[in-house]
Design a protein around this ligand. Structure first.
Ligand code: ATR
Length: 272
């Protein structure tokens, strides 16, 4: 039986084994997926040990996504652009690093929320690792514009520079929260502010009528950002859909089969 796992520290909370078990059952794939706690200073060793045991692939979560970039012998374009790896494939040619987080977010917006990105005005709040990972997948859907707003403007400007040559020219721009101009059809919170129950200080006018507000965080109740967006008429989406979709992308990469995600998303939602 082919074996997969997720590496992280801590890892006990990970929902990935449950998600992949559901995808495997649904598609009839003979595989096993487990949690692996890697020591903070022992990620590479943990990966090598899993490969030696016959592991075929793995997901990588906090705090190893950057280390996984260095460990991979080849990177996909989207992993290189994201500067982070969340999915590893152990092939005969070596360790391949990919990043399915951004594709997962986009799939959740387009397929699950039913909101096309093409031609839309998109506002991305934050310019850290989470934000960087979604820029290329968003650009691939050809938004009218993508504004990256961040507390530290220079970091957002760095992303604009990086993505200019990757389809961002004339589409991506950067600013501080106070300087956001106009209204947006899709507003994505990729800051870590929700962790400390803070809302990025943006004006309510950023939400165009009927806008979709998405927070990459999720929990039993809406984040403070989503509560703010709801008060200003936006439709809401938390990060649970992104979690389920990034897993589906990884599953597809490993097994060549695209699982259906709706039932898994519904089940996880009920457990929150
Ligand atoms: P992650 O991998 O979760 O993206 P990160 O790379 O440390 O973590 O990035 C955190 C992001 O959240 C950054 O954009 C950060 O803004 P700065 O670049 O100015 O640090 C943003 N952030 C964190 N706390 C915030 C807060 N309270 N309000 C607004 N933005 C915040």
């Amino acid at each position: 039986m082919d074996r997969y796992c997720v590496f992280g520290n801590p890892i006990a909370h990970s929902k990935s084994p449950e998600i992949h078990a559901a995808y495997a059952a649904q598609t009839g794939q003979d595989m096993h997926y487990e949690r692996r706690l890697a020591p903070l200073d022992g990620f590479a060793e943990a990966v090598r040990a899993f490969i030696a045991e016959g592991g075929k692939g793995a997901n990588v979560t906090v705090p190893f996504k950057l280390e996984a970039v260095k460990l991979a012998q080849a990177l996909t374009i989207r992993a290189r652009a994201a500067g982070a790896v969340n999915t590893l494939v152990f092939s005969d040619e070596g360790i391949i690093g990919d990043n399915t987080d951004g594709a997962g977010l986009v799939a959740d917006i387009v397929n699950n929320a039913g909101v096309p990105i093409a031609g839309k005005r998109v506002l991305l709040l934050g310019a850290g690792g989470a934000a960087r990972g979604v820029v290329l997948p968003i650009l691939e859907h050809r938004p009218a514009r993508l504004v990256i707003a961040n507390r530290t403007v220079a970091t957002a400007e760095g992303l604009v520079e990086q993505f200019a040559a990757l389809g961002g020219e004339g589409v991506v721009s950067a600013c501080g929260f106070a300087d956001i101009d106009g209204a947006y059809d899709i507003v994505i919170n990729a800051t870590a502010a929700s962790l400390s129950a803070e809302v990025p200080p943006v004006a309510p006018s950023v939400f165009a009528p009927g806008a979709l507000a998405l927070d990459m965080m999720y929990g039993a109740s809406p984040t403070v950002f989503l509560q703010f967006a709801a008060r200003h008429g936006a439709q809401l989406r938390d990060g649970l859909g992104m979690l389920v979709e990034q897993a589906a992308e990884a599953f597809h990469l490993w097994r060549g089969v695209q699982p259906a995600t709706a039932d898994v998303l519904q089940k996880l939602r009920a457990q929150l």
